[in-house]
Design a protein around this ligand. Structure first.
Ligand code: ATP
Ligand code: MG
Length: 586
């Protein structure tokens, strides 16, 4: 069997999420309609974890003829910003997805308020004037029931009046909250009279000064889904214990509307899958903001950041990212995926699209002593052997070349198949060359090698008489000194020294009296995660555009940094050609 037929024979693997969707559609739930949403809070830039949520929210809608709306979960004006909204849109588009509508939780503030008023009237919500500490004390524990608030059974009129007061701008934050009246003895802690509204007295970037009291996530999310017509509300595992509350609030909304359809029909269903988490990476916008603010990295799109914009600038392709997400799949188990798996997916994709170029990142001069001074040959280099349509470009050859320093060894062992006394190699696209046994290099006063000498063997280029001459040495890359240009090359190493920064930072914080922010992170941050080098690259690279995918032959995948100009070329190392992660950790 060829690989292709194996692929064909294998049944399509479908995630448990997709199975649920298929079953609902087959049973004609929601009138056979399917709709999802992606609900980021605009309090930071999206990261690779969000790409996993995006892939399933948009992916399922696309596959099953539904719509996926982009809904900004903007219920906390303290931390949100339009800069983030714009960045979120840009990143989703870059990943290749299109939303139906852009919506905001704040679009529903009035509706949520009206519903809250209705719930107070129905005796399902009350204003509690206790302090946060008192309320926390009454919460109980998972094994011990909580205590009812003394305000729990206050008259409806009082709660209505105080709820208005909460939004008046006169009420001090923390003075009172609106709570749902559910069950202080429930096994599910989220049912112990959860908070629906709190006072912030803060303008909102969309609703201005209209609101001073703002709804909480749990009271907001389900109803937004319901009012919008979401059928499948997909989210991550930490929301499992919130689901009964999500369902209850949606039930209450339906009852308040006098919706007489059965409660289990025509409603959004929440399904939870596992978060994406990668080794040597710390996610969560809150943490990433610390790295940006403390200057550990140069902004949200620093190529060391696990943000979508950081990954973009690093040179990972959307297709590579999505193919990785597809490989790890969606399950119900917390996972920590290996960075090497991610990189291998990206590498497979870049192999298909990167343009092959010559760049010498640790240069030493090679002089072809028997090649005439001033003579130049021009060769045609294939841009991408994986895709003929990418065409070719020209590269010049002359007597003086730059090659990689480690392609030469003065006391080369037998098994060193590159240059050294008496050794032969092929120059990529060009001749076979041979170093003399004696005097094959020149040194400076400190004994450092500064020049290497070799002779070319005539007629050994492809198609020439001696092209098939057998040699032991490999093919090495080069650029012509007179025809290349200098470029800045930024090589990145892992930002985190430990495999699981999420847990290490949390433990270290706990062990040291609840350290916060950068103080909890510092011992785990790699101080040498960026090294900048000057390389010599072929001139054709001045024609490449920001973010273009490249392969520096024999070195690694690189891309053009957005700050690069033809006068000052800058390249970011995306990933090496081979896996360096699975080897013993440094
Ligand atoms: P963070 O903690 O990084 O800020 P979040 O969960 O608060 O993340 P939101 O903006 O609230 O981020 O999340 C938008 C959607 O992305 C949610 O449905 C959430 O479940 C999902 N999401 C967030 N992090 C991950 C992750 N690591 N893997 C998969 N999905 C994620
Ligand atoms: Mg969040």
């Amino acid at each position: 069997m060829t690989t292709e037929t194996i692929e064909e024979a294998r049944p399509e693997s479908v995630s448990f999420v997709e199975e649920i969707i298929r079953k609902d559609l087959a049973e004609g739930k929601n009138g056979g309609r399917m709709q999802t949403r992606f609900p980021p809070e605009p309090n930071g830039y999206l990261h690779i974890g969000h790409a996993k949520a995006i892939a399933i929210d948009f992916g399922m809608a696309n596959k099953y003829g539904g719509v996926c709306n982009l809904r900004m979960d903007d219920t906390n004006p303290q931390k949100e910003d339009t800069e983030y909204v714009e960045a979120i849109k840009r990143d989703i588009e870059w990943l290749g997805f299109k939303w139906g509508n852009i919506l905001y939780a704040s679009d529903y503030f009035q509706q949520l308020w009206d519903l809250a008023v209705e719930l107070i009237k129905e005796g399902k919500a009350y204003v509690d004037e206790q302090s946060a500490e008192e309320i926390a004390k009454q919460k109980g524990t998972p094994t011990q029931p909580g205590t009812n608030s003394p305000y729990r059974d206050r008259p409806v009129e009082e709660s209505l009046r105080l709820f208005e007061y909460m939004n008046s701008g006169e009420c001090e934050p923390g003075k009172m909250i609106l709570r749902a009246k559910i069950d202080m003895a429930s096994d599910n802690m989220h049912f112990r009279d959860p908070i629906m509204y709190r006072v912030l007295n803060m303008p909102h970037w969309r609703t201005g000064n209209k609101w001073n009291a703002y709804p909480m996530y749990d009271y907001t999310h389900g109803q937004c889904d319901y009012w919008e017509g979401v059928t499948h509300s997909l989210c991550t595992l930490e929301f499992v214990s919130h689901r009964p509350l999500y369902d209850l609030f949606v039930d209450w909304a339906k009852i308040a509307e006098g919706n007489d359809k059965p409660l289990d029909d025509n409603r959004p269903r929440q399904t939870e899958f596992n978060k994406l988490n990668l080794t040597h990476i710390l996610l969560s916008k809150r943490n990433l903001l610390v790295l940006v603010k403390e200057g550990v990295v140069n902004g949200w799109d620093d190529p060391r950041m696990p943000t979508i914009c950081g990954f973009r600038r690093r040179g990972y392709s959307p297709e590579g990212i999505l193919s990785f997400i597809d490989k790890i799949g969606y399950t119900k188990f917390d996972a920590l995926n290996q960075m090497s798996l991610f990189e291998s997916a990206v590498r497979d994709d870049l192999n298909k699209r990167a343009q092959r170029v010559s760049a010498v990142v640790d240069p030493i001069k090679l002089i072809i002593t028997n090649y005439p001074e001033g003579q130049v040959e021009t060769y045609t280099a294939i841009n991408n052997p994986e895709n003929e349509a990418d065409g070719t470009h020209e590269i010049e050859f002359s007597r003086e070349l730059w090659i990689e320093r480690d392609d030469f060894m003065e006391d080369a062992p037998k098994k060193f198949f590159r240059l050294g006394p008496g050794k032969e190699v092929r120059l990529k696209n060009s001749y076979i060359i041979r170093c003399p046994e004696e005097g094959c290099c020149k040194k400076d006063e400190q004994g450092n090698i500064i020049e290497i000498y070799a002779e070319y063997v005539p007629d050994t280029k492809t198609g020439e008489a001696n092209a098939n001459m057998k040699i032991k040495g490999k093919t090495i890359h080069w650029v012509s000194c007179a025809h290349c240009i200098e470029a800045e090359v930024r090589n990145y190493d892992r930002l985190w020294l430990v495999e699981n920064p999420r847990d290490e930072v949390a433990n270290y914080s706990k062990e040291n009296g609840d350290l916060r922010g950068i103080d909890a992170m510092r011992p785990f941050i790699n101080p040498d995660s960026l090294s900048i080098k000057t390389a010599y690259v072929e001139k054709w690279l001045t024609t490449r555009k920001p973010l273009d995918y490249l392969q520096f032959q024999r070195i690694g995948y690189y891309n053009v940094d957005p700050d690069s100009t033809p006068d000052h070329l800058i390249f970011n190392r995306t990933v090496g050609l081979k896996d360096t992660w699975s080897k013993a950790a440094k």
